[in-house]
Design a protein around this ligand. Sequence first.
Ligand code: ACO
Length: 310
Amino acid sequence: PETELESHFERTIERDQRIEPRDWAPEGYRKTMVRQIAQHAHSEIIGMQPEGNWITRAPSLRRKAILLAKVQDEAGHGLYLYSAAETLGVDRADLTEKLISGRQKYSSIFNYPTLTFADVGVIGWLVDGAAICNQVPLCRSSYGPYARAMVRICKEESFHQRQGYELLMTMMRGTGQQREMVQEAVDRWWWPSLMMFGPPDADSPNTAQSMAWKVKRHTNDELRQRFVDMSVPQAEALGVTFPDPDLAWNADRGHYDFGAVDWAEFKNVLQGNGPCNAQRIARRRRAHDEGAWVREAAAAHAAKNQEATA
Ligand code: ACO
């Protein structure tokens, strides 16, 4: 009976155990997991583009090797996440179709352009830093395949964050022009990085239910605050400032206060009107079309193998 299944599900969540693919779960839970995992996978795949833009122009062989490794990691993350989504009965081809037809979202952050090589460092430091802040708690997310994928992803993201910070430290030890380049990139990426955590709690339709199901372990605003608190001393050590006159330590709260995020800009980017939305999707669509022969060949090969072993 469904009530027994329901109470088993509730108990599993209550005891901090994992929901596994074969377990019964309410339809809403499955839908939430597909939505979040697919969106996360799409973000990893689209996220290859802004940095991929610099692979052919990296300033040294060492920087190029690091950047290549990093962008390949993002592809790997996308693939494990699509696999995690498939445990919920959805099909990867279908998810990709939803991405390129604009029916599923990906992170707002990847709709901003990478104008200089300093952007590679700032993406590592701030964007991957924000991703870690958001994703470390997801290692304890209630859906088993997602939580387990997150463990490896977070380890790789830590490497990405370090390479970004190290790149920026190197540039900050360079010429005045290099230091200006770093500051200018920080100025452009700071606010969009804060938007990565999603809308304020009061305007977040999914947070309450996702917290109750332990899909999310912290609210959007809690994680945004944690990220600000963590980033300020890192900026000081680096010798850059954030473009926010309201950023100040608040001893009563034990946190940094910060200015208002421009949520109109966030909504606009989500609606497809950010600086690079059209370009990102067009490129993903083209890559998908150009890869059709690979998928066909792989399917034909698998069919032949199956025939041979039948
Ligand atoms: N970019 C695009 N869409 C966003 C963003 C963002 N930065 N933040 C929130 N949204 C969307 C939500 O997906 C939701 O839309 P939907 O209902 O159509 O799916 C809507 O805005 C309202 O937001 P919330 O109710 O707060 O949604 P949710 O509870 O899913 O929280 C969050 C959003 C925090 C992003 C959550 O989904 C999450 O933690 N996801 C996993 C991490 C992730 O996807 N990271 C990708 C970027 S990091 C990287 O890849 C390097």
